[in-house]
Design a protein around this ligand. Sequence first.
Ligand code: CP
Length: 397
Amino acid sequence: MKTSADGRSDAGQPRNRERERADLGEGRFRPSERASALAAPYHGAVIDLSDRHFLSTLDFSLEEVDHLVRRALDLKARAREDACPRLLEGRVGALVFFNPSVRTRVSCESAMTRLGGSAIPITPGKDTWNFEVGEGVVMDGNTQEHVRELAGVLSRMCHFIGVRKSELITVGSARAEASADYAELARDPFLHALAEHGDVPVVNLESNRFHPLQGLADMATIRERLGEPAGRKYVLTWSWHPKSLPVATPHSQLLAAADLGMDVTVLRPDGWELEPEVMGAARERARSLGGEVTETADAEAAYEGAHVVCAKAWGSLDYYGRFEQEAAEKEGLRPDWIVDEARMEKTDDAFFMHCLPVRRNIVVTDGVLDSDRSAVIDEAENRLWTAAALFAALAGK
Ligand code: CP
């Protein structure tokens, strides 16, 4: 059958659709690929996202987010057939990492390379200067370059700038005294200064408040497993963890499920609520698609009938900056706030998600993580295809 450049047949269907359907019963594909064949195909509609910043999925309409997710799954299918289009030929991205990373760094570099472009990772203070973000600062300390010049310079040399900068990772992990309160950090000044002073799209690779690329990958994972997720039950469960981890990832995961129109339950102990403004935005977006967002501390009720269980540890905003006090307060929560086989049995055959890295037998038991219910490796792989879809879209391709 004759196919077009985007891999579609004359009838508008992906070219291997019939073969994939035939293969479904033979068990030849791993779960994600089996489910991919069930998901609605990328519709190929033209939605212009060129030259936009990607700081949060909230900056994008539901239609635009959905477009990116479907496009990511389409790119994934085409790559499986060795038909990855070179949409980023000649394009260069700078990836600035103030914090450690495996998935974000490798997925972005791999995405740019596979689409014919290239990426330059930058580790501030290690292989570059230390950067200053304060306005009007007398730079007589250990910062040598201001974000104003950095944004201008990178914009002349690169087509995208990605940045991971989360004080909450550093401060929470070190259990040091916070240098600012949460409200101050949630303004993400470095990220927004880059976007303001640069001339190319800035992509948030995780800030204090959002991790939107994780959100896109989670949406892709849910869509490829459930086909049409609207109305299905998604549980985002807090888990005990020895450290006070950032809220950026659970914020973006919450928004991801809301943007799919799911019935979202945030399961967390009292005192570990997510940011009210983000909860409100998630509620609004879910409702517009017929879904809803609720919160509870009741694990029995939350797991009952769930189709997706996503675990994440996060620090208490109430205790922000008082990490030792928070650690003492949450010690008693440890036995009850882990995802285990018994809890998963209460669900409606739910699959398990986690953004990784995950602490085994702290956040989730080996029994769940090593079972067929676990989607964590598919979820990580989808970081690659959602990053690819995003960079291509920001390049106007
Ligand atoms: N999930 C995630 O962002 O992983 P990394 O911190 O390894 O990038």
